[in-house]
Structure formats: C-alpha cells, structure tokens
Design a binder for this molecule. Structure first.
Ligand SMILES: Cc1ncc(COP(=O)(O)O)c(C=O)c1O
Length: 454
C-alpha cells in the first residue's frame, strides 16, 4: 500500500478556509458545503468562549444558535471541562461493572425531573433517547400504535423519523416503522379521537415544538394530553431533548403545567456542551414492565451510553444550572428578548409572528403573496417558505456577525436559542442587528436581492 499522508489534529487545526471547504465538499457532504457557502456559513472559526466565537482575523461573532440547544453554558465551559479532568484517571468504559457515575447521575436526574420519573437509561444523542423511549413503551405495552404530532421533530433515525411530522424528511425512507397515527399539534380533541379509535401504546410529543418552528401549544394542552392518555390507557412520552434543562424558563417544559409523563427523553444540554449525552427516564412501573427481571435486564443497551466522562459532564451541568439560577435567568431574559422581538413585529410587516418561552424563541416571516405571487404562479411563495429564514440569518451573519439559523421543519422561522449564560447586552445587540437587517430589507424581494448582489 502506498504511504498515505494523514492530517491528524494538527492538520485539522492548520487547514485554511479554502482547504477546509474543499475537503468538506469532497469527503463529508458536497450538497451541504454548497448550501453553507451560499449563505456565508463556511467561515473558519478558531476560538470560542461563552456566547462568542472568533474567526481567523480575530473578529468576534455572537452565537445565538447555541449548538441547537446543546450549549447551555456556551462554548468551552471551564467548569464542565474541569469535571472531565476530575474523572480523567477512572475507567471511562468498563461496562461490565456497576457504574458509580451512572448511579449518581440517575439519582440527580430523579431529583430534578417531574416526580415519579425514577429510572434512567443512558445513551448518546436525542434520537437515541427517543428510540429508547419508543422501545421502552412498546416493551411495556405490547402491540398498538404510536400517536405523534404534525410538525414534530424527534430525530432522524428510523424509529424517531417514523413519529416525526414532516414529510420531506420521511418520504425518501419509506417504509418506516409501521403503526403510527398523526394528529395536529395542540389539538386535544384530535388526540382524544386517535386514542378512542386506536389501541395506542403511547402519545409522543414535544412540549413546545422546536424544529417545527418554535410552536407553543395552547395553555392546558399538555395537562389535557396527560388526562387523556391516562383515560385511554396509553403512555405519555415527552420529548424534552430541546426544551429540557432550563431552556424554556423552567427546569423542564412539563413543569409549566405540572405534568408528569411516563417517559421523558433528554439530551442536548445535558452534556453541558462538551459531551454527547442522551437519557430516557421512566416511571418504575413502566420500566419494570419492559425490562424488569434478570432475563429482560439487557434487552436494550448502548456501548458508549453512560461513560464516566459523559456522566461527569452531565452531573456538573445539572449542578451548574441549579447553582447559578439559570432557570430563573432563562425565564427573565427570554421574556425580555421576546418583548423586543414583539416590538420589531409591530414595526416590520415582514414578521408574521414571534413566539417562544424562556430562551427558545422563533421569528416567523410572512410569505410574500399578493400580485407577484399570482404572476409567478406561487413560486415566489415557495422560495419564501424554504429560504426567508435563511436569508435573514445570512444577513445577520454578514452585516452584524450574529449567528442564527432557521428551524428544520419550518425554514421560514428563525430560531434564537442562545446559551443560558447570555447577557442582556448581547440580547440588545442581536435585537438591534435584527432591526437593522429588517429596516434595510422591508420585503422578501429586497432581502433576496441583497443576497444575490453579494
Ligand atoms: C425535540 C428533539 N428531539 C430529538 C432531537 C434529535 O436529537 P439528536 O440530533 O441529538 O439526535 C432533536 C434535535 O434537534 C429535538 O429537537
């Protein structure tokens, strides 16, 4: 075999922006590389600290994507990294032995989760937490269907996708897992009909749809979903992969309505921004039914789930959220930011809606409509639906060095999800940046034109 040149870590650190783009396009994902370069998201960042990231020329950017919610403390959180140091000499993976780290983390999770969620299974991502929940529910309940919501996002592995609510991501992969029923999000009557007409294993939902466009259901919806699932003998699975850990101004979004699900899916923020950690919590009753007893104890496992370092990061994360009052901070600063966004909505017609809770916020842009849409047989609307959020995000990045992103299941919505440690001044900066972008581009067309001009 001819000798091949390897890049290694130093090679990665030393790649120029151009070389990085070429290698990414060749070896990772050509289409994604093109998409990122069109909107200017192909910059090379060399340093990161809290809400700030820095490019090669030392320019500071404000990161309001927050790793899609996996950066509760922003970038390079020193105390979480220090927790990894504390366990650097213990066995990270010695799965055959009882783990003190899993034991402690499961204990701490049970202290902060809705009462009665006692047992935790550890994995490495949100979609695994959801897969584990679906299997657990099936194992506990036997045959029957899963009810899920339109617009829902639970991850992209086959099981999670089967209970996802956007056709675009599902269609290329049919047949998916059979036995699913879709209901509109926030519609308790539709949920009751599905529960009445089917033998339902579980209803799975996010308390607030994140990727669906930051959709907050009507007040009382979750409580009603709890009542109905109990009435019809089905389980309630809450996916708090995105909304968990102070994101919405409570430790868990379920706490806004005092709801206790049978199964709770967690990930993202749990790893403190340094380790991938997924967790699926369940009541003892549900867990016992699926995996109770010696012969069923290893029906569901994960090689990496619950490693010592992952657990240490998660333990430190929970401690830091509690110690630093980040639940209250998320509620307070989220309300402040939403207020600012609502003021912008009053001023700029291109904003259709502003929504959110705590530091999970969405800005929906208006579809252009009108005479131009008629003339183009709706194609203008089609473009706006797919790209308006991306265009605004691109302008925010290019003009103001603010990093934001559109939501996956509703690309016409920009999501703002900064780290919980964000400060008021940083929120003010982003509100002013948005105001500037919107005042320059009063319509979708000028926005599109401004991208084309560059
Ligand atoms: C509510 C929800 N569930 C599940 C997932 C999937 O998580 P992951 O990307 O870690 O698999 C996401 C990711 O955005 C999410 O928002």
């Amino acid at each position: 075999m001819p000798e091949k040149e390897l890049l290694g870590v130093n090679g990665a650190l030393g790649l120029s922006q151009k070389a990085m783009g070429e290698l990414f396009g060749k070896y990772v994902n050509p289409g994604l590389k093109t998409l990122q370069s069109v909107v200017g998201f192909d910059k090379r960042f060399v340093r990161a600290d809290g809400v700030s990231v820095y490019d090669e020329d030392g320019n500071r950017y404000l990161d309001f994507v927050g790793g899609y919610g996996c950066l509760p403390f922003g970038h390079s959180p020193k105390d979480i990294l220090a927790a990894l140091d504390e366990v650097k000499e213990v066995p990270n993976y010695l799965q055959v032995m009882t783990s003190p780290y899993q034991a402690a983390l499961a204990h701490d999770l049970a202290q902060i989760a809705p009462d009665g969620l006692e047992i935790t299974f550890f994995s490495n991502s949100g979609t695994e937490a959801v897969e584990s929940a679906l299997k657990l529910a099936r194992g506990a309940m036997g045959e029957g269907v899963f009810v899920y919501c339109s617009g829902a996002f639970h991850g992209k592995t086959l099981g999670s996708l089967s209970v996802g609510g956007r056709e675009k991501y599902k269609k290329p992969f049919v047949p998916l897992v059979p036995g699913t029923v879709e209901v509109p999000f926030g519609d308790a009557a539709a949920l009751e009909k599905a529960l009445r007409e089917n033998k339902v294993v579980a209803f799975i939902t996010e308390p607030i749809q994140g990727e669906g466009g930051v959709i907050v259901p009507p007040p009382g919806y979750l409580r009603k979903a709890r009542e109905l699932t109990e009435k019809y003998g089905a389980l309630l699975i809450l996916d708090e992969v995105q909304t968990g850990f102070a994101r919405t101004g409570k430790m868990f979004a379920a706490d806004h309505e005092g709801v206790r699900p049978d199964i709770l899916c967690l990930a993202k923020a749990l790893g403190g921004g340094v380790m991938p950690v997924g967790a699926t919590m369940a009541t003892k009753k549900v867990w016992e039914r699926a995996y109770g007893g010696l012969s069923r104890a290893v029906l569901h496992t994960s090689t990496f789930g619950g490693g010592a370092r992952a657990c240490a990061a998660a333990l430190a994360t929970i401690g830091k959220i509690a110690r630093e009052g980040l639940v209250e901070k998320s509620a307070r600063l989220g309300a402040y930011c939403l207020d600012g966004l609502r003021t912008l909505k009053e001023r700029y017609k291109i904003i259709e809606d502003v929504r959110g809770m705590g530091l999970l916020m969405g800005i929906e842009f208006r579809k252009p409509g009108g005479i131009l849409d008629i003339l183009t047989a709706g194609s203008v609307n089609k473009i706006a639906e797919e790209y308006c959020g991306a265009l605004v995000a691109s302008e925010l990045m290019k003009r103001h060095r603010v990093i934001s992103v559109y939501t996956l299941n509703n690309p016409n919505v920009i999501r703002l999800e900064p780290a919980l440690i964000v400060e008021k001044e940083e929120i003010d900066f982003v509100l002013n940046a948005l105001e500037d972008v919107l005042s320059r581009n009063k319509s979708f067309f000028s926005l599109a034109a401004s991208i084309v001009r560059k």
